[in-house]
Design a protein around this ligand. Sequence first.
Ligand code: SAM
Length: 227
Amino acid sequence: MASSREHARLRSRMVDEQLRKRGIQDRRVLGAMNVLPRHQFVPDEHKPQSYEDRPLPIGDGQTISQPYIVAFMTENLRLKPHHKVLEIGTGSGYQTAILCHLADYVYSVERIPRLADLAGARIGDLGYRNLDIHVGDGSQGLPDQAPFDRIMVTAAVPRLPNVLCAQLSQFGGQLILPIGAAPAQELKLITRTADRFTTRNLLGCRFVPLIGRYGFDSKTDSTSFVS
Ligand code: SAM
C-alpha cells in the first residue's frame, strides 16, 4: 500500500501531466484535484492505478471517470462558491467530492444503492457536509430542489431531457451532459437565460448510459459504451 506522501506525489503528477499540459487552466479545479484523494474512491483491486489516465471499474458495470474528463467537465461548468449544484450519476463519489469542494451545496442522484452508500461514506469521511445523495432515477432531475445554478450528468442520455433544462436557474443556469449512443457521443453545455437555451458542443466522449425514464432502456448493454 502506497504512503500518503506517495499518493500526493502521484496526484501532483496527474495534475501536471494529464490536466495542465492538456489545457485545464482553472486554478480552483486544479487545486481541488490536487488535494482530493482519488485512490479512496477506487476499489482495492484497482488502487495501484488510481492516478492513471483512464476510467476504472467500480463494480455493478460502472466506472469512475478518467481524471481529465472530471477536470474538463468541472472547468466548463465555471462553478462559483455560492452555487447550488445537481449531479446525476454519483458513481464512486469522486466527482461529487470535487463539486462539494468548489460549490455551496450539491445534490447527487445515483440509481444503484450500493454505490450511493459507498460514495456518501467516502465523502463524509473526508469531512464534507454540504451534500445530499439520493437513490433513484436521476434522469428526471430533482424537481423539489430546483432551480439549480449548475447540473452535471455523468452518464450518456439519448437526447436532451427537457425536464432537466426546466430545472436550471433562469439566470445563466448551465447543464453539462454527454448525449448519444456509443461510440458517437458528444459532451454538450446548455446555458439558460430566461426561457432561452443555447447549446455548445464541447468534446467527443464515451460514457456509460444513463438508465431511466429520460435515459436509455435498462436492457442497454453498458459494456458497449465503455466510459
Ligand atoms: N463521475 C462518477 C465518478 O467519478 O465516479 C462516475 C459516474 S459513472 C460514469 C455513471 C453513473 O451513473 C453510474 O454510477 C450509474 O449507476 C449512474 N446512473 C445511470 N443511470 C442513472 C440514473 N437514471 N440516475 C442516477 N444515476 C444513474
